[in-house]
Design a protein. Structure first.
Lengths: 158, 137
């Protein structure tokens, strides 16, 4: 285990919050981006006849709110999301993983509160040298304070 | 129709194939407001040691999500999905999303099915994962 730079360590546990109102457009575009043309995600008449009785979002839709919408000027030159812009002696982002929990279905009109923090940063020596792991926990809740999703994502940098 | 009685241990899930294009990667970058160049600038991706722009971690997760939702239809929903990216996928790659049932149990009165899920590229697993889904009936 390599010593973590103090500036990186100080980012652990710092909570950031944001709120977004979900529109039909957001859901439709997200569904098109993942290549899922299920009418449940776009067709009101179809959705009305399902158990949900209205349009819902695909299960991993909250990924569309995962990254902070700061102006481009605040990003690193390579456009790395600010969440991952941790002062570490590495520059390349590779792979990673995720544990994604799905809660209440999301529909147009819902207001989603995003609460996000880095919960851990650690290093490991892998086959290709020193790797850093950044673990981000993000909770997504609707206007009724019900969990709609929660993700613990691990990003790897080297 | 997926229901509790016809879910069997070790049963394979109907697999799906995905072939992401550069346009799809761009659309996913746009809807997630992920401005990392590695996903839409081939020049940058090559400079970063890759052969082409890389499919996003989250988009690979969504492919596994679609494996599960296309199996479940309106008969169930995903409760939890875990995946890890061990290899890269690039535009034009044909990837197969597969899975099988590993457990079936009633937990807190919910009918839950655990699955092993994965994404294969050229016969090699590049994204292993696990999932738990709830079956309604």
């Amino acid at each position: 285990m390599t010593e973590l730079p103090e500036e990186a360590r100080s980012m652990i546990g710092v909570e950031k919050m944001n709120t977004y109102r979900v529109t039909k457009k957001d859901i439709r575009r997200y569904a098109q981006a993942i290549g899922d043309l299920n009418p449940l995600y776009s067709d009101e008449a179809y959705a009305a006849k399902t158990r949900y009785e209205k349009i819902i979002a695909p299960p991993l839709f909250c990924h569309s709110f995962a990254f902070d919408d700061v102006p481009a000027e605040e990003l690193r030159e390579d456009g790395l999301p600010v969440e991952l812009d941790v002062p570490l002696p590495v520059s390349r982002a590779i792979g990673g993983g995720s544990v994604f929990e799905v809660g209440k279905p999301i529909s147009p009109g819902d207001e989603i509160k995003v609460t996000k923090k880095i919960v851990d940063i650690y290093s490991k020596t892998g086959k290709s040298g020193l790797l850093y792991f950044i673990v981000i926990d993000t909770l997504y809740e609707n206007q009724e304070n019900e969990m709609v999703a929660r993700e613990k994502a691990t990003y790897i940098q080297r | 129709m997926v229901n509790w009685d016809n879910v069997k241990m070790d049963m394979p899930l109907p697999s799906i194939t995905k072939q992401p294009s550069a346009m799809q990667l761009f659309m996913f970058s746009a809807v997630t407001w992920n401005r990392h160049l590695i996903h839409y600038s081939k020049d940058f991706a090559i400079h970063d040691g890759l052969q082409d722009v890389a499919v996003h971690r989250a988009l690979l997760g969504s492919f596994l999500g679609q494996l599960l939702t296309s199996w479940l239809g309106d008969d169930g929903m995903i409760k939890r999905l875990e995946w890890s990216v061990r290899g890269s996928a690039f535009p034009g790659d044909k990837v197969a999303c597969k899975g099988k049932v590993t457990a079936k149990e009633v937990r807190n009165e919910n009918k839950e099915v655990d699955c092993e899920v994965w994404i294969e590229k050229e016969g090699k697993i590049i994204v292993p994962g696990t999932a738990t889904v709830t079956v309604f009936q």
